[in-house]
Design a protein around this ligand. Structure first.
Ligand SMILES: [Zn+2]
Ligand SMILES: [Zn+2]
Length: 250
């Protein structure tokens, strides 16, 4: 499996970055995980949008979905020309209802919506995909991908909690949100993690390695990296355009 970072900012896109969006490649198919601002433009450095196999939305906050509304026009165009022969599969939570209704009214014909629930597990092309409801103000899921090549956990937006440790156990790679610096630790109650909490997650889960993402644009990345390294050594900060191989070596 291979992970391509399309955007790393929390809330709004930092200069020359996008918000949460990632491409996971497995058996030559590409799965788009979250579709934050900038995703549609940037993913075309790697694939044509017609090559997206399916889309996973961890939750419906704008920094994770906003480019879905413009991707819709690309998909509409491609389907009209038979470049995409069937609706694009999308997996997403069923709430908040107002956002779901807005999405459905915008994208329903081009996309085929599958609802995700806590504890769901699906098998796509031999890859087992599991969902865990996490701590965030709206219905939000951490997503785990297990294949013969390795295991990968994306925390989405959440604070640290024990169930997330169990869910992430022995993952070769954890892509964890680290919205907060240690000096903002009191804000974890809003449903986010500091770098140290993300590092604690990786350590407690005996993960192979950790990538920090969803960094608040005003934060100092080096400080956040150092804070995480004090707890878990094999950690990096996500940068747009990076490719990471996920295998069982780590
Ligand atoms: Zn977010
Ligand atoms: Zn969020």
């Amino acid at each position: 499996m291979e992970l391509i970072i399309l955007g790393t900012s929390a809330g709004y896109a930092n200069k020359n970055d996008g918000c949460s969006s990632y491409l996971l490649k497995y058996k030559d198919k590409h799965y788009l995980i979250d579709v934050g601002p900038g995703a549609v433009s940037y993913l075309q450095n790697f694939i044509n949008y017609t090559q997206i196999e399916s889309i996973f939305l961890s939750h419906l906050h704008a920094d994770h979905v906003s480019d879905l509304y413009t991707l819709r026009y690309a998909v509409y165009y491609a389907q009209g020309l038979n470049m995409m022969k069937k609706p694009l599969e999308i997996y997403m939570p069923a709430t908040p209802v107002e956002t779901v209704n807005f999405i459905k009214s915008n994208v329903e014909e081009e996309f085929s919506i599958n609802w995700i629930k806590d504890g769901d597990q699906i098998n796509i092309d031999g890859m087992i995909i599991s969902f865990l409801k996490v701590n965030h103000p709206v219905e939000t899921y951490a997503i785990r991908f297990d294949s013969d090549e390795g295991s990968f956990v994306y925390t989405s937006d959440t604070s640290y909690f024990d169930k997330l440790v169990r869910f992430s156990q022995n993952a070769n790679l954890i892509l964890a949100e680290a919205t907060l610096m240690e000096s903002d630790k009191d804000k974890e109650s809003f449903g986010h993690m500091t770098s140290k909490s993300a590092a604690k997650l990786a350590k407690e889960a005996s993960a192979g390695r950790l990538i920090l993402t969803h960094i608040w644009p005003e934060n100092d990345k080096l400080t956040q990296l150092q804070e995480a390294e004090s707890i878990f050594k094999d950690v990096t900060i996500a940068e747009r355009g990076e490719k990471h191989i996920i295998d069982r070596i780590k």
